[in-house]
Design a protein around this ligand. Structure first.
Ligand code: NA7
Length: 545
């Protein structure tokens, strides 16, 4: 890239206008007084919640904790209507945030960042977009989400299909008329299990193509009462603080007992109670070792299996739905609304494509080894090239023109998931190696944005031009991330956490499983020690932490 007269100079470029990019912009502008521009591919704010408009799209975190905490008035003035926030409501919330803090003036919509090259001669990032923008910025901050690079499997004949087809993460804004149609859904991850019960109510016939059965906990969705909200808002300080120091970003009291130290009757009673309450409490507030100890996990898995057999009328369908090949929650834990019940409907059929794989997509539908299913619409609920995929879509080059994609070819390398050695002044919000997808996202996002903002403030005060992760500190952190993961059950599943859903992707566990509280403490210690593990330069190196 070359610099010409049409180059804009700014303090910071932020990529993406979801929760992360919006709050980052606020901090850069309001707290630090810097000039910043956010580039956003969509035509409005919202990120994940802008794109994911499939039927039933909803967050799995309870609404009163799926929100920003940085502004007291914002927290007090917003009123959620349901226990779990539905996509349109989250999008309204994010629009409200954009309006309230007048963020849109510094967000450039319908613009995708295509390249970001570090100019060592200038100590600046040179950023290019698909709209022909060219910006020089001191800081490059990625707020690109962990699950924004949609993945449609390369099934033979895909282009030949004569009906309509959609990926859940790129759902048409005007909706899709499913009434009376023969709909096929491929995929039973979070998106599929939310969409399937709603599509079943609208479609003439629904065929679900399932590769891996999953464990699901009922969400127990419903409205929230004014009394509940009043109580919560009265305790928000305490709730937000509990969220910050918890394992998963939720203010639930952590479980203290092992699933193996109680008798069968008591264990079942604990699971029954959590099942009735619904949601992630089943995982986080029943027994402490469900995600860590295979025998403890088996008790939870067996409980859920028994529930599937109770709920689903047809024993053959129930057995197809029973997961056996991975521990509970070793793939992303799922919560549902009427998922298993949906298979009791006359118009729903479950096809086990592990047993009889999809061989091709034909002009008329989907053909598995056992036969052809005629369809009007195919829904790809087939997930994402998670965590590294969004980075790989941008040509990011650091010192010496080295490509981030090459550096990460065998798996992501980042210090604290915040910064990668050789890519000075590039900071990642919820990057690989941070708790991110294993947590309630707004909690991790706020922590990262505030930490980055504090680092930038420190740089400005200390006259530091460049902050860059130290290569040794990075190796140590990546080893630690792997070590923590190896003590969990996550490695026992073929999940997107380990890149198993993308052909050819290296099998590396990408998020940090040590918990948001421990992670926050580590980040705080790093900052208190003068940004230990970062090399801080003012032209020439001035300090090595
Ligand atoms: P997920 O969780 O990655 O689920 C994708 C689903 O699609 C899953 O059931 C996959 O089966 C299935 N899949 C993927 N590729 C194929 C092919 N080639 N053939 C058949 N089936 C396939 O994505 P979601 O969108 O549901 O959720 C992503 C995250 O968004 C979620 O965890 C939340 O954090 C929000 P598999 O299990 O791989 O056998």
């Amino acid at each position: 890239m070359t610099t010409d007269t049409s180059t804009t100079e700014l303090d910071a470029v932020v990529v993406g206008a979801g929760f992360s990019g919006m709050y980052m912009l606020y901090r850069l502008r309001e707290t630090l007084g810097l000039s910043a521009r956010v580039f956003e591919a969509g035509d409005d704010v919202g990120g994940t919640w802008y794109w994911n408009r499939y039927p039933g799209a909803r967050c799995d975190s309870e609404s009163y904790v799926y929100c920003f905490s940085f502004d007291e008035e914002l927290a007090q003035e917003w009123t959620w209507s349901g226990k779990y926030p539905e996509q349109p409501e989250i999008l309204r919330y994010l629009n409200h945030v954009a309006d309230r803090f007048e963020l849109r003036s510094d967000i450039q919509f319908e613009t995708r960042v295509t390249a970001a090259h570090y100019r060592e001669d200038l100590n600046r990032w040179e950023v290019e977009t698909d709209q022909g923008d060219r910006v020089l910025a001191r800081y490059l901050i990625t707020a690109i989400g962990c699950l924004s690079a949609g993945q449609i499997p390369n099934i033979p004949g895909r282009e030949s299909f004569e009906g309509e087809s959609y990926h859940t993460g790129a759902w048409p804004h005007e909706g899709v008329d499913l009434a009376g149609k023969r709909v096929g859904v491929i995929g039973t991850g979070s998106s599929g299990v939310q969409a399937i019960p709603v599509i079943a109510q609208q479609a003439g016939q629904l065929t679900v193509f399932q590769r891996t059965p999953q464990y699901m906990i009922p969400a127990r969705h419903g409205s929230v009462t004014p009394e509940f909200l009043e109580d919560v808002k009265g305790r928000y300080d305490e709730i937000f603080e509990a969220r910050r120091w918890s394992q998963g970003g939720f203010p639930y009291d952590p479980a203290e007992r092992s699933a193996l130290e109680v008798d069968d009757e008591e264990r079942r009673a604990v699971y029954e109670s959590a099942w009735e309450q619904g949601g992630f409490r089943f995982l986080q507030a029943t027994f402490r070792d469900i995600a860590l100890d295979r025998r403890a996990n088996d008790t939870a898995a067996e409980f859920i299996r028994s529930k599937i057999r109770e709920i689903v009328d047809d024993p053959e369908t129930a057995e197809k739905l029973v997961p056996r090949d991975h521990p509970f929650a070793s793939k992303r834990a799922l919560i549902d609304t009427n998922y298993y019940e949906t298979y009791n409907r006359e118009n729903v059929e479950l096809v086990d494509i592990r047993h009889a794989p999809i061989e091709e997509i034909t002009p008329r539908g989907i053909r598995t080894r056992d036969g052809e299913y005629e369809l009007d619409i195919i829904v790809f609920a087939t997930g994402y090239d998670a965590m590294t995929g969004p980075f790989n879509r941008i040509d990011i080059r650091g010192r010496g023109g080295a490509a981030l994609k090459e550096k990460w070819a065998e798996g992501p390398q980042a210090y604290l998931g915040l910064s990668s050695a050789g890519f000075p002044n590039m900071f990642m919000i919820t990057g690989p190696g941070s708790p991110s997808v294993l947590s309630n996202m707004p909690v991790s996002i706020e922590q990262h944005v505030e930490w980055i903002s504090d680092l930038v403030e420190h740089m400005l005060e200390a006259g530091v031009e460049v902050a860059e992760a130290d290569a040794d500190a990075e190796v140590e952190w990546v080893d630690h991330v792997n070590d923590v993961a190896s003590k969990t059950l996550y490695l026992l599943a073929d999940s997107w956490y380990v890149g198993a859903n993308i052909p050819g992707k290296p099998r590396v566990f990408m998020p940090y499983a040590g918990g948001v509280g421990n992670y926050r403490q580590k980040c705080d210690e790093v900052a208190e020690a003068g940004y230990e593990g970062f090399v801080l330069h003012s032209g020439e190196p001035v300090a090595a932490g």
